[in-house]
Write a protein that binds this ligand. Structure first.
Ligand code: C5P
Length: 232
């Protein structure tokens, strides 16, 4: 994989115009984009078709979490859009994950299923005192990654601090995409378990997901190229 394909740019905008203006700005340098429900609710699902028609690989970050029938139906509908991957919360349970995997298993254009482990905006305190999980965020993320693997997911979204443990536990071929990526020169925002692009790749992340460090930079393309340089 080329280094630029390891960077997934998060299109966290409210409308189509701002999202596509960033896509235009980054041109051929950026090959992979993440579309979450902020943009989907603002621009509609057609934004997925638009990006795919421009030759972009799209991670649809739906973070699905519902009963198995509902999630498998949504996954099947999204798969028809020929996107690259779809996220779903591992905490939705093994029946939900297996139903989703089964719903798309025979498709020619099968999107990958990426499990959401523990949001990078949560820290140990929140995991233990609000979710009442009796372990650290890292332990919990590794546990959820194992469930995701067992249920047929292709990978997980997890913080950089968990990559090594997840790879050890689930195997090198199990994809780990890392958000909460903050180059040393950018702001921390609301992320708590952050990591620099270089560290994330060094630890074995297959992809880094970068939003505001690029989107809110004065010159997004320069920010993208700086990150590319750091991971190459
Ligand atoms: O702007 P920033 O780089 O923090 O954006 C990170 C992106 O990754 C956001 O779109 C956020 O929804 C997403 N994400 C995350 N933590 C996860 C999964 C996805 O921050 N565990």
């Amino acid at each position: 994989m080329k280094a630029n394909e390891r960077i997934i740019v998060a299109l966290d905008f409210d409308d189509r115009e701002n999202a596509l203006s960033l896509v235009d700005n980054l041109g051929d340098w950026a090959a992979k984009y993440k579309v979450g429900y902020r943009l989907l609710t603002g621009a509609g699902f057609e934004i997925l078709d638009e990006l795919v028609s421009r030759g972009k690989w799209v991670f649809c970050d739906m973070k699905l979490h519902d009963i198995p029938t509902t999630v498998s139906g949504a996954v099947r509908n999204l798969a028809a859009k020929k996107i690259g991957s779809i996220s779903l919360h591992v905490s939705g349970g093994s029946a939900m994950l297996k139903a989703a995997a089964q719903a798309i298993q025979n498709l020619v254009h099968r999107p990958q299923l990426w499990g959401i482990t523990v949001l990078t905006s949560l820290d140990d305190f929140t995991v233990q005192n609000e979710l009442l999980v009796n372990s650290s965020a890292q332990e919990f993320a590794v546990h959820l990654a194992r469930i995701a693997r067992f249920c047929g997911c292709d990978g997980v979204v997890a913080s950089g601090n968990e990559v090594e443990r997840i790879k050890e536990s689930c195997g090198e071929d199990f994809i780990v995409a890392v958000p909460g990526v903050r180059p040393s020169w950018s702001e921390q925002h609301d992320q708590k378990r952050t990591i620099t692009p270089q560290e994330a790749i060094k630890l074995g992340a297959d992809f880094i997901i970068v939003g505001r460090a690029i989107a809110e930079a004065d010159e997004p393309l320069s920010a993208f190229l700086r990150i590319l340089d750091e991971i190459t």
